[in-house]
Design a protein around this ligand. Structure first.
Ligand SMILES: Nc1ncnc2c1ncn2[C@@H]1O[C@H](COP(=O)(O)OP(=O)(O)OP(=O)(O)O)[C@@H](O)[C@H]1O
Ligand SMILES: [Mg+2]
Length: 381
């Protein structure tokens, strides 16, 4: 008999439903041949489509309503990595549960591979790693993955073995098949969660904050696994608030805040490409040169025996460098600063929080505002 179930019900519930129509497809997780061809986005198939999605939670005790997701429109294309960015409580997990059919939307519609998210046909093509996965402590990883494979409807032994080997490979746990999962570190458990999400050879991988709590090496290893999954032709949708990971991995991102999708698109479109400021680090800067350059310098500070000059305008760079060089200063570095995804994220989240606080979104601060927001949303049902 199986030990006491400790795997989250989302993982296994999702898997059992998926098994209902699971065909013993003969696909493989390992790369077949050459590099994947990156098709132009316009020609790519839409894998996930959410239209005007909304979810309200009602407390059974106080009957208070809480809007977790409001009017969300989202498209994820085939074979892309989509990063779903948002602060704590923004509505990421709720959206993911809606996309998986684990929650029912209050309004709006969702299509996964052209069908409803709760349909076994779409679930059979999805792998899911929940936010806080927990596992059977006394099962070895290989045993756990075979259990997941059988819950996914894989019957033939050879096929199960091949899928287990492939998901171990992609998740980077090939040497840990015979280790009990209670002996795993946090990073290994996350990758075990990824392995179970891969075992049914899904076409869409949905990962809820897969890299939170991992150290830099663990994050790097997990990112490598996501890259391997993408190279095998999978579409990856993952939520995160670790902006560096999103920047490194994603083709497109969506920023959600307070249940509203504030922005979405390719990173290059969200982040302005032009240089915003230039930082020059130099040594032996004569006071006279420093005074001469003052009109061009926004900020001047001293770090050790070096002087750091932040320029107001990129166009002044050549002039400032020339003046410094002719006054005998030694230039140590010149760094152009562009806008980062982090600054876009912080600006977007701060701006929408401020606009809500000031009532600029059509409501007034205070308790009355909450009621009005609710009434407005409710009227849309
Ligand atoms: N079952 C529930 N009942 C009531 N409110 C809920 C429920 N689940 C989520 N919420 C609320 O919905 C909002 C969005 O929660 P959600 O878990 O989706 O956020 P999140 O973006 O995943 O946050 P985090 O980064 O902390 O995981 C929060 O305000 C949360 O309190
Ligand atoms: Mg969450």
């Amino acid at each position: 008999m199986l030990p006491h179930l400790t795997v989250r019900k989302e993982v296994l519930g999702h898997r059992v439903a998926a098994a209902e129509t699971r065909e013993a497809s003969a696909g493989t997780l390992l790369p077949d041949a050459a590099e994947p061809v990156r098709e132009p986005q316009a020609e790519r198939r839409v894998v996930v489509r959410a239209v005007n999605l909304g979810k309200v939670f009602t407390s059974s005790f106080t009957a208070r309503k809480k809007w977790a997701v409001r009017g969300l429109n989202l498209e994820v294309f085939e074979k892309e990595v989509f990063g779903f960015l948002g602060p704590n409580g923004a509505g990421k997990t709720t959206t993911i549960k809606l996309l998986l059919g684990l929650l029912r939307p209050t309004y709006g519609s969702i299509e996964i591979f052209g069908t409803g998210p709760a349909s076994p046909a779409s679930r059979a093509q999805v792998g899911f790693l929940p936010e806080n996965p927990s596992f059977y402590d006394y099962l070895k990883l290989g045993e756990f993955l075979r259990l997941c494979a059988s819950l996914s409807g894989l019957r033939r032994r050879r096929e199960v073995e091949r899928r287990v080997a492939e998901s171990l490979f992609v998740s980077g746990l090939i040497d840990h098949e015979d280790v009990q999962m209670r002996k795993f570190s946090k990073g290994m458990l996350q990758r075990a969660g990824l392995a179970q999400a891969l075992v049914n050879n899904p076409r869409l991988l949905i990962l809820d904050e897969p890299m939170s709590g991992l150290d830099p090496i663990g994050r790097k290893e997990f990112r490598d696994s996501i890259v391997r999954a993408r190279e095998n032709g999978m579409t990856v949708f993952f939520s995160s608030h670790i902006i560096a990971d999103v920047e490194l991995l994603c083709d497109r991102v969506g920023i959600i805040n307070n249940g509203v999708l504030e922005k979405s698109g390719p990173i290059g479109e969200l982040v302005q490409q032009e240089v915003r400021s230039v930082e020059i680090v130099a040594r032996d800067v004569a006071e006279q040169a420093a005074v001469q350059l003052e009109p061009f310098v926004e900020e001047r500070r001293t770090v050790g025996d070096a002087v750091v000059l932040r320029l107001r305008d990129e166009l002044a760079t050549t002039l400032v460098l020339g003046t410094l060089a002719s006054s005998g200063a030694r230039i140590l570095s010149v760094t152009p600063h562009k806008e980062t995804l982090e600054s876009v994220f912080v600006r977007q989240v701060t701006r929408s929080s401020l606009s809500r606080a000031s009532g600029a979104d059509g409501t007034l601060p205070g308790e009355g505002r909450k009621k009005r927001v609710f009434r407005r949303e409710w009227s849309r049902l």
